[in-house]
Design a protein around this ligand. Structure first.
Ligand code: SAH
Length: 246
C-alpha cells in the first residue's frame, strides 16, 4: 500500500521544555522532517539528530505549508512547529487551508500547546479567571480599523484583554491607540501585567495599571494582560475574582 506520510502541527508552548506537551515531544521524535522558523527550531535542537531540518524565515508561512505537504506526499512523517499553541496566530489554520486548497489526502494531527496568554497569566497570578479576549495588534494581515473595533467592543464588555504582538520596531503607535480606546471604557487604575519571555529564559514581569502601562518596555516578545473592572493586585499578584464567596 502507498504510504501517504503524516503531518504533525505542533505548538511547542512558551519555550522551556517542561512546558511542552508529551504528545508534542513524541511527535517531534517520531518525525523524519522538522520544519519551522529558526527560533523555534533552536528550542528543540537537541531532539533533531538524524532528522532533516528545514528552517525558513518569517512571512513564508504558505511556502512552509506547501513544503510540508510535499514532504508528506513522499511518504515521510513531517512536523511543522509554532511557538505556544499552533492554533493561536500559529501555523494550524494555514496548514489546513493549504491542504484543502491543494485537495490532498494526508493525515494532519494538530497538537495543542500552552499559549503565551496562559503562560503569562500564570506568571502574573490569576488575571484571566473570568471572560477574556485575545487580540493581536499586528495589522499585517488584519485591518487596523477592525482591530480597533474589537478592542473597543472587548473594553465595553468589560473583558479581560490579552494583547499579542503588542509593539514591534516598525509598529509603535498601535499600543498607544489601544490604550486610549481601553481608557474610554476601563478605569485608569485597572491592573495591567506585562510579561516578556513568559516561562522561558529571560522572563521579565511588570505589574502596573492602564494609566502607566506605556512607561514600561513592551516589544514583540511580550504579552500584555489588562484586567476587568474587578481585577486587583495583592502582594504583586494580579487576581480577577471568579465570584466565589470567601
Ligand atoms: N502561537 C503563539 C503566538 C504567536 S504570535 C502562542 O500561542 O503563544 C507572537 C506573539 O506571541 C508575540 O509577539 C508575543 O506577544 C506572544 N508570545 C509568544 N510567546 C511568548 C512568551 N513566551 N512570552 C511572552 N509573549 C509571548
Amino acid at each position: 500500500m502507498h504510504n501517504k506520510g503524516k503531518i504533525y502541527v505542533i505548538g511547542l508552548g512558551p519555550g522551556n521544555r517542561e512546558h511542552m506537551s508529551k504528545r508534542a515531544l513524541d511527535a517531534i521524535i517520531d518525525s523524519e522532517v522538522v520544519i519551522g522558523y529558526k527560533t523555534y527550531i533552536h528550542l528543540v535542537e537537541d531532539l533533531l539528530e538524524g532528522k532533516e531540518v528545514i528552517d525558513s524565515g518569517m512571512r513564508k508561512e504558505v511556502e512552509r505549508c506547501n513544503l510540508t505537504i510535499d514532504q508528506a506526499l513522499e511518504g515521510k512523517k513531517v512536523c511543522i512547529i509554532s511557538s505556544g499553541d499552533a492554533g493561536v496566530y500559529g501555523m494550524a489554520g494555514i496548514m489546513l487551508e493549504v491542504k484543502y486548497e491543494r485537495n490532498v489526502d494526508i493525515e494532519i494531527e494538530l497538537i495543542p500547546g500552552i499559549t503565551a496568554a496562559s503562560a503569562a497569566a500564570s506568571v502574573l497570578g490569576a488575571p484571566m479567571m473570568h471572560d477574556f479576549s485575545v487580540i493581536s495588534l499586528s495589522d499585517l494581515l488584519t485591518d487596523w480599523e477592525l482591530i480597533k473595533r474589537r478592542i473597543e467592543c472587548a473594553s465595553m464588555g468589560d473583558f479581560i484583554i490579552a494583547l499579542y504582538n503588542p509593539r514591534s520596531k516598525g509598529r509603535v503607535h498601535q499600543i498607544e491607540h489601544a490604550r486610549e480606546i481601553m481608557m474610554k471604557h476601563k478605569d485608569k487604575n485597572t491592573p495591567v501585567g506585562i510579561v516578556r519571555n513568559a516561562k522561558r529564559d529571560g522572563e521579565e514581569v511588570i505589574v502596573t495599571n492602564l494609566q502607566d502601562m506605556l512607561k514600561h518596555p513592551i516589544d514583540m516578545l511580550t504579552v500584555v494582560i489588562i484586567g476587568n473592572a474587578k481585577t486587583y493586585v495583592k502582594d504583586g499578584k494580579m487576581i480577577t475574582p471568579r465570584g466565589y464567596k470567601l
